[in-house]
Design a protein around this ligand. Structure first.
Ligand code: PMP
Length: 458
């Protein structure tokens, strides 16, 4: 059966972000056939701890009968109607539920089907908002280096990763780039954490000045940046970005696609920092990934001009706010509340950190950073000098040793190499100390294998 699956995939399936040459040449594709709780099984019966929650999705764990039942019940009741000029109960209920959990006066929900569509929609909302309030010159967006905000043309312009952009230039004009933050790599001359945060935030002000404030619509950022290997903000940074946005009359968009819905112990990661954005983009964890839905959540102020007769938002997608997805999302939120999963993540944060910090005794581990159930273990060639692994040795280190070793240890994790080489962990919120220990042991064994193969200096 699975040999057939591999042949079918090799001959007909176009895998995402995957080079097909290796597959055509006979490299064996992993086939995952089953999932339950925090675990995945492959077609050979091997079990893996899902240290990536699918793709930052299965935040309540896999295989929940409650979510299956919610989908089945909704299909029997009302399979589908669009939310174009009419409504169905689940979309309205979910909009209210998301607004109730969003910070400040973010009370209006525009549904989408994915993170990219949420980001795309946020940019279009920002553009039309400024046209509607008499500032038609504002269309540009500021985003940070290394950041990933999606792959559709607008979202891709906001994404700052040259390898995923290059083939698709020219992109949507008006995307301006500023430095990301990485406390481990913060230049020493910039001073302490707060001074570094001030410096980084001020680069946004500088970019806005340079472009001309009257041309800038929004700042897009992830409160905890995923790409680059889990980069929490320096102390004071988000507060200062909020001030800068206000100073220049620019909207602040928090991209919560990855860090939202329990990942760091709140429905929205920006709540951990007490900052209120103007727009939130979300997807993935809204349904714990059981079925696609995304959302762009905007403040009362941003929605205000769209209440007027002359301002229809001429944008939408057939499946956005799908009744089945909305029903699953509502049950997913109910699970979060019944099982107090956000509280659980915050209560366990210290224990997870302490367990992973044991890895500091390995010569290859330069940094352990993160919060909640969102952690990055950054690998370096030389702990003293923080020398990073170079592009050429990364292929051998990652492809030949680290990736297979983690799987051999029974752990699905991501290896992010967009900045440093980072073992990235984002497990389901249901795990506890036993699984933290398993993860630490698995990463330790894999990294010991990497060092044993001559990567890094003792
Ligand atoms: N924004 C962020 C922060 C993301 O991490 C992602 C996807 N990983 C996206 C947007 C795009 O989401 P999607 O893949 O659902 O289009």
């Amino acid at each position: 059966m699975s040999d057939d699956v591999r042949a079918q995939a090799r001959d007909h399936l176009w895998l995402h972000f995957t080079n097909h040459a290796g597959i055509a040449a006979g490299a064996e594709l992993p086939v995952i056939t089953r999932a339950e709780g925090a675990y995945l099984w492959d077609d050979k019966g091997r079990r893996f701890l899902d240290g990536l929650s699918g793709l930052f999705t299965a935040n309540v764990g896999h295989g929940r009968p409650e979510l299956a039942d919610a989908a089945a019940k909704q299909i029997r009741e009302l399979d589908f109607v669009p939310i174009w000029g009419r409504v169905h109960p689940r979309a309205a209920e979910l909009a209210e539920a998301l607004a109730a959990r969003a910070p400040g006066d973010l009370n209006r929900v525009f549904f989408t089907n994915s993170g990219s569509e949420s980001v795309e929609s946020a940019w279009k909302i920002a553009k039309q908002y400024f046209k509607a309030i008499g500032q038609p010159g504002r269309y540009k967006v500021v985003s940070r280096n290394l950041a990933y905000h999606g792959t559709t043309h607008g979202a891709l312009a906001i994404t700052s990763l040259p390898p995923v952009r290059a083939q698709f230039e020219p992109l949507v004009p008006g995307a301006v780039k500023v430095p990301h933050t990485d406390l481990y790599r913060a230049p020493e001359h910039l001073g302490d954490e707060e001074a570094y945060g001030r410096w980084a935030a001020d680069r946004i002000a500088e970019a806005i000045e340079l472009e001309g404030p009257e041309s800038v619509a929004a700042i897009f950022l992830e409160p905890v940046q995923n790409s680059g290997g889990v980069l929490p903000p320096p102390r004071g940074y988000l507060e200062r970005v909020r001030e800068i946005a206000d100073r220049y009359g620019v909207l602040l968009v928090a991209d919560e696609v990855t860090a939202g819905f329990g990942r760091v112990g709140d429905f929205f990661s920006i709540n951990r920092y007490g900052v209120v954005p103007d727009i939130i983009t979300a997807a993935k964890g809204i349904t714990s990934g059981y079925i696609p839905i995304g959302a762009t959540i905007v403040s009362d102020r941003v929605f205000e001009p769209f209440k007027k007769k002359e301002n229809t938002f001429a944008h939408g997608h057939t499946f956005a706010g799908h009744p089945v997805a909305a029903a699953v999302a509502l049950e997913n939120l109910a699970i979060f509340e019944r099982e107090k999963l956000n509280e659980r993540v915050r209560d366990n944060e210290g224990a997870f950190r302490a367990t992973l910090e044991k890895l500091h005794d390995l010569p290859i581990v330069g940094d352990v950073r993160g919060l909640g159930y969102f952690w990055g273990i950054a690998l370096v060639k030389d702990k003293e000098t923080k020398e990073a692994f170079g592009a050429r040795e990364r292929r051998g280190l990652i492809d030949q040793v680290l990736a297979p070793a983690l799987l051999d240890e029974g752990l699905h994790a991501r290896i992010d190499e967009r900045g440093d080489v980072v073992v990235l962990l984002a497990p389901p919120t249901i795990i506890g100390q036993e699984e933290f220990d398993f993860i630490e042991q698995a990463v330790r064994a894999a990294l010991t294998e990497v060092s044993g193969q001559g990567y890094g200096r003792d």
